[in-house]
Ligand binder design. Structure first.
Ligand code: ADP
Length: 391
């Protein structure tokens, strides 16, 4: 029997999974996704050779239906694989968890207290753990945190200018997308050697978007804060906003806490500005003034946040794009880099347009180096599970 590890990234409407075999190091067996939760459930899976399955499997499915299907499907499709553990992407680890941990009831209870800090993600991340506990009670489960990678930030970068007791209580700038930044930081030395230890800014641009400054391959500053709302505008999240706006909405417009949560997490960002879509691919095809303005706002704020991170680093040697938008939207990369000549960052048009599923350098010869690197959060989870299981 081959030992297998399942990785799960559970959101409000989808569950992404990957199955790895555990030999000397994790090797991908297959990966896939459940979409359309709760409701009409679309299941798809691929291995390195191509599609394995792509079908609607249920008309009214919930989380449990999906995970039950997944366990059965793995058993049926890979009778030679024995699941030895599952690893979950957990968005918030709070001040307690700076590395991955094997989950127990105490840990789960603590992570549940963080739900208000990540209402879009944490409840679903944790629901998957609870459901898996019921479906497969003996399976060890590991939590891998998006906040953990940023624990190397100096305290100054994690402070808000509030009375100090708030920091002591955990009201700090944590930062997110850590599994993605971890992957980039492990990949860079293979691509650029010693230069990887230099001043690097990574832009993780997906539905959620953030940027991170790396020095010596460690996070020293990032655009997100206590929650995944701060920094760049995102699909439906606002990014940085004057806190006075919220005070005003509360006092003068009668917004409740729930109204503000809904506004800032679900109705803002690209969707709010365009009034049309939260999806970058769709916005790029719409070409309406509203869609264009949303795109411009997105690129303008990437440039501004880059300036801030470059200041924190004292300069920049390498700039990296990753995430669904960073990896695929050449026009966004072009628009962002058009404004960066002052940093000696210029990309080559042809390289920027060349499609690639592998990491590629897209900068001009005389420019600071600019890379597009496809991220892989699953392999980081699988490696951590592997390490913890061995120990
Ligand atoms: P998540 O944060 O949910 O993991 P992804 O990293 O998959 O999201 O990124 C999703 C975003 O990437 C969407 O806005 C989507 O439109 C965008 N995207 C994916 N492919 C392309 C493409 N070819 N061109 C432009 N945008 C793309």
């Amino acid at each position: 029997m081959m030992q297998g590890v399942l990785t799960l990234n559970s959101g409000s409407s989808s569950i992404k999974f990957a199955l790895y075999s555990m030999e000397k190091e994790p090797t991908l067996i297959c990966q896939g996704e459940y979409e359309g939760l709760p409701g009409r459930l679309h299941f798809s899976a691929q291995d390195t050779k191509g599609s394995l399955d792509d079908e609607i499997i249920h008309d009214k499915a919930d989380f449990e239906t999906a995970l039950r299907h997944l366990l059965d499907w793995i058993k049926k499709s890979y009778s030679d694989v024995q699941l030895t553990a599952a690893g979950h992407r957990i968005v918030h680890g709070g001040e307690r968890y700076i590395e991955s941990v094997i989950i127990d009831e105490n840990i789960l209870k603590y992570l549940e207290t963080l739900i208000p800090l990540a209402p879009l993600h944490q409840p679903h991340n944790l629901a998957a753990i609870r459901v898996l506990q019921i479906l497969h009670p003996t399976l060890p489960q590991v939590a891998c945190f998006d906040t953990a990678f940023h624990h190397t930030q100096p305290k100054l970068a994690t402070l808000f200018a509030l009375p100090q007791h708030f920091w002591d209580e955990g009201i700090r700038r944590f930062g997110f997308h850590g599994l993605s930044y971890q992957y980039i930081s492990e990949t860079l030395p293979k691509l650029i050697g010693e230069k990887a230890k230099g001043r690097i800014v990574v832009a993780h641009l997906g539905n959620g978007a953030s940027m991170c400054a790396l020095k010596d391959l460690k996070s020293i500053a990032t655009t997100m804060g206590l929650t995944a709302l701060d920094g760049l505008p995102m699909g439906t999240r606002c990014g940085s906003i004057d806190p006075g706006v919220l005070l005003y909405l509360g006092s003068a417009k009668g917004y409740t806490n729930q109204d503000m949560t809904d506004l800032l997490y679900n109705k803002s960002g690209l969707l709010g500005l365009s009034g049309q879509s939260n999806d970058m691919r769709e916005l790029l095809s719409l070409k309406t003034p509203e869609a264009n303005e949303a795109i411009d706002y997105f690129c303008y704020h990437i440039q501004r946040e880059l300036g801030s991170l470059v200041a924190a680093l004292g300069g920049v040697d390498t700039f990296v794009f990753t995430g669904g938008i960073g990896e695929n939207a050449s026009l966004i990369r072009q628009k962002v880099c058009e404004g960066l000549k002052w940093l000696n960052i210029e990309i080559d048009e042809t390289l920027n347009l060349s499609p690639s599923s592998k990491a590629i350098q897209i900068s001009k010869a005389e420019s600071k180096s600019v890379w597009v690197i496809p991220t892989n959060e699953e392999i980081i989870i699988a490696k951590d599970v592997f390490k913890l299981m061995k120990a």
